[in-house]
Design a protein around this ligand. Structure first.
Ligand code: MCA
Ligand code: AMP
Length: 510
């Protein structure tokens, strides 16, 4: 049996083949028939430029229906899809390019010149462009390429995608995800969230991360549902579409922003079945304010790039704020001490998991892969959790030095390395502090050498072409020295405390 994920999707396409699959922000609809045909045509283009099964296709483009079709085309060809955040700078993209050695790069038309110079004919990679409005050389080729309806034969363990996640060392790692990883996770989510006939998804997440690309799109495709496909989060556009929809997936910032809008009411949400939140902790006050305002309890789930979704609050049972629910079907795990031994129920420890969703390792990093797995195959998530007697899990902290801002992960080390490179900086420490919109915000404490006059604006300006905007500190403070303990280790807790209320924390919806 062909384990290519696309065959699974195709087997679920609706009986009414002309039913809507995507509706873009202008209301233009793309039917399931068109998705099948046009992803086949795009697959033809990929094959024509020499993409073969196992080849990486690096994609950094604005969200659009065509971009989603490009992902499906990669699956059909058996290529390995490698999406990148559109906010990444050329400097950041260069690292992914060299690490992944893609056969094909697809970028926005506006980035063509920079990308071409950066690629510098290395790895004989080809370059095509795709704009958010469907412009660019990919769609030019589309007009005169025949539909290629083949679906490459793939085994379950063959790679479908590589998603880069930053690391505590400051170096990004490519998480290798197989067709089986993605299929098993999609089927489990489709089942536990009770997807049913008539469901309509509002899709406003970016499609370069697990949440928007896999969780959202895969569930809708497995259900043959329409997706109201928005290029980005836009409260007006979402509120306008809620009466026609039944499911919304978002990061907590989506919900705090929706709560700021007086239109959000029980009658507006009468047809909604599920508001799902994940990628960052949902504050209890957001959960409560949302329930008070709409009568609906947000369903929080927990996951990570390396494993897709891991746990979820129940569809029918209690949704408890501060808890991420139970392991998904097929997933199991333990809360463990630093030796991987299970700790008593209720005691905090690091969450370790196994299951068909767990990735195949980090691209070309066997040592890093080995160090993140226990000998019995459990993957060490780096999240600190508690497990109740009945298996219910709460994420109570992070063993990894990680900031999550508006659902995007930032590893402080990566930012510190770039700041430390600035002339006039002796050292720096980067922490996350509470932020009313993004949950956490990046803040840097900098010690200057005294050799060069540096101000907050200078530091931020000097990071502009090195780090994506969301990684750049929202504030920079200068200190005579960093707080350290007797062992010389920087006391980040102390810094977090010092800056804990610099972004006035307000009650959502208050
Ligand atoms: C934008 N900015 C940000 C962020 N987003 N800064 C920090 N953190 C962010 N997340 C910058 C912008 O560049 C801008 O800078 C300023 O902040 C204000 O931007 P704004 O227009 O308000 O932002 P936005 O475009 O509305 O975006 C906010 C957002 C977006 C909707 C929360 O960041 C988003 O869609 N986040 C979702 C991320 C996601 O999909 N995560 C899933 C990862 P300036 O004004 O100076 O130019 S997958 C995952 O984590 C696992 C697997 C899981 O469990 O799901
Ligand atoms: P990523 O590397 O982008 O896949 O982010 C994964 C990380 O996001 C996890 O390891 C958690 O730290 C965090 N995360 C995801 N969902 C939740 C949640 N519901 N509650 C708390 N943290 C979460």
């Amino acid at each position: 049996m062909n384990a290519n994920l696309y065959t699974l999707f195709q087997s679920r396409f609706p009986f009414d083949y002309e039913a809507c699959c995507f509706e873009n922000a202008d209301g233009v609809q793309t039917s399931y028939a068109a998705v099948d045909r046009d992803s086949g045509r795009m697959a033809g283009i990929l094959r024509a430029v020499g993409v073969e099964p196992g080849d990486r296709v690096l994609v950094q483009v604005e969200k659009s229906v065509e971009a989603a079709l490009l992902y499906l085309a990669c699956l059909r060809v058996g290529a390995v899809y490698l999406p990148l955040n559109t906010a990444y700078t050329e400097h950041e993209v260069a690292y992914f390019f060299e690490d992944a050695e893609p056969k094909l790069v697809v970028c926005s038309p506006g980035n063509h010149a920079g990308m071409k110079a950066m690629m510098d004919d290395r790895f004989a990679a080809r370059l095509l462009t795709l704009g958010g409005d469907g412009s660019g050389s990919l769609m030019d080729a589309f007009a005169h390429t025949a539909v290629d309806d083949r679906i490459a034969e793939r085994a379950g363990d063959d790679l479908a995608a590589i998603l880069y996640t930053s690391g505590t060392t400051g170096r990004s790692k490519g998480a290798m995800l197989s067709h089986e990883n993605l299929a098993s996770n999609a089927l489990a989510l489709h089942e536990i969230w009770g997807w049913c006939a008539g469901d309509v998804l509002i899709h406003a997440l970016p499609i370069f991360h697990v949440h928007g690309l896999f969780v959202a799109i895969h569930c809708a495709l497995l259900n043959a549902s329409p997706m109201l496909f928005l290029p980005r989060f836009d409260a007006d556009a979402i509120l306008e579409r809620i009466p026609r929809a039944s499911v919304l997936m978002g990061v907590p910032t989506f919900y705090t922003r929706l709560l700021e809008r007086p239109e959000l009411s029980p009658s507006l949400c009468a047809g909604m079945r599920l508001f799902i939140s994940g990628s960052a902790p949902l504050l209890e006050e957001t959960f409560t304010a949302f329930e008070q305002r709409t009568g609906m309890r947000i369903l929080e789930r927990y996951g990570m790039t390396e494993a897709g979704m891991i746990t979820s609050n129940p569809l029918h049972g209690e949704r408890i704020p501060g808890s991420v629910g139970y392991f998904l079907p097929g997933v199991s795990g333990r809360v463990a001490d630093d030796q991987g031994r299970e700790v008593p129920r209720g005691t905090p420890g690091v969450l370790e998991i196994t299951g068909p969703n767990v990735f195949k390792g980090y691209w070309r990093m066997p040592d890093k892969t080995a160090s993140e797995f226990r000998p019995d195959g459990h993957f060490i998530t780096g999240d600190i959790a508690t497990m109740a007697e009945d298996g219910r899990i709460a994420i109570v902290g992070r063993a990894k030095d990680l900031i999550i801002s508006g659902g995007f992960n930032i590893y402080p080390k990566e930012v510190e390395l770039v700041i430390d490179d600035i002339e006039g900086v002796k050292e720096s420490a980067v922490v996350g502090v509470p932020h009313p919109d993004f949950g956490e915000a990046v803040v840097a404490a900098v010690v200057a050498t005294g050799g060069r006059q540096l101000g907050e604006a200078d530091v931020i300006a000097l990071l502009a072409d090195r780090l994506a905007k969301f990684k750049q500190p929202k504030r920079v403070f200068f200190l005579p020295e960093l707080p350290r303990n007797t062992m010389g280790k920087v006391q980040k807790n102390q810094l977090r405390e010092m800056y804990s209320d610099i972004f006035d924390h307000q009650t959502p919806g208050g």
